[in-house]
Design a protein around this ligand. Sequence first.
Ligand SMILES: [Ca+2]
Ligand SMILES: [Ca+2]
Ligand SMILES: [Ca+2]
Length: 307
Amino acid sequence: MISSMRIQLPGPAGVSLKRTDAANCSAMSGPARCQVSNKARALGYCAVGLLVCVSTTEAATVYRQDFESGTRGVEWSGAGLVQSTYQLTNYGFGGWHLRNDTSATSALRISGMAPHTKLTLKFDLAIWDSVDAHLSDMFEVKVDDRVVISQVFGNYFPASGSAGPGTQITPPTTGEYSNPELGYSPQFRDSARSVFLEIDHTTPEAVISFQYPDSQGGLDESFGVDNVVVLTDAVESRRPTLTIVQNLPAIILQWPVWAADFTLTSTNSLSSNAWAQVDRPVMANGYVLSVTLPAQSGSQFFELRKP
Ligand SMILES: [Ca+2]
Ligand SMILES: [Ca+2]
Ligand SMILES: [Ca+2]
């Protein structure tokens, strides 16, 4: 998909610079030249900047939500309200989380994920009040109607005061019925757990639902989720933009400082494909790297390359 915009350059000649941006580089399996990004015509020279796509092997974070804005976002549907975390603020929950005090699902829909084969889900689970592990209260998570967690959970009566998926992140109970009391009903103790799972997943959309199907609800039994992070194994790309600024009789090529390991190359003919490193000093100014060259007649093409 190509989009374009026109930029009026400063200068006496009323010169315009046309920039064409590819909205995405879809085939990210390796470094690839993916778009012509800049084209300038002024006083007999033509300079074209090409953009290089870079691949890294870092997992792509496709969703992150800590509910600290006080709203849950349109990607959420079903039961659950953004409510206080009370004392769980001391265990990484911040001030707000999504609390569900019903037996219905809280569902998260994520769309437009890049091609991937794995999906990783991380979240913190609050277990509020009289959730009964000894009576086999169940906590369920589904991804696209596939059950990925179906596990007994609760605060009564595992010895630690917390049972369920993942790892307990709140202190163990002293054995008292209301210890530790972290919020909502003061009668009943509470706990929280950090949950992590990875599943096979390939479709661009995922619906992730959280449910406590046999909840007695209200202040008696509820759960909450927070710090929800979804990652995939899609290759993440970072594409530095190469821009051309005219400052006649010179032109200035600029790119971001984070792409300092790229090399600026040029050629006078795309058909020859004879690219050579630009033998000029690279200057750093804040977040921008730049090379200044004399504007020349004829065509000149520039590309950032990474070994
Ligand atoms: Ca939070
Ligand atoms: Ca109960
Ligand atoms: Ca409580």
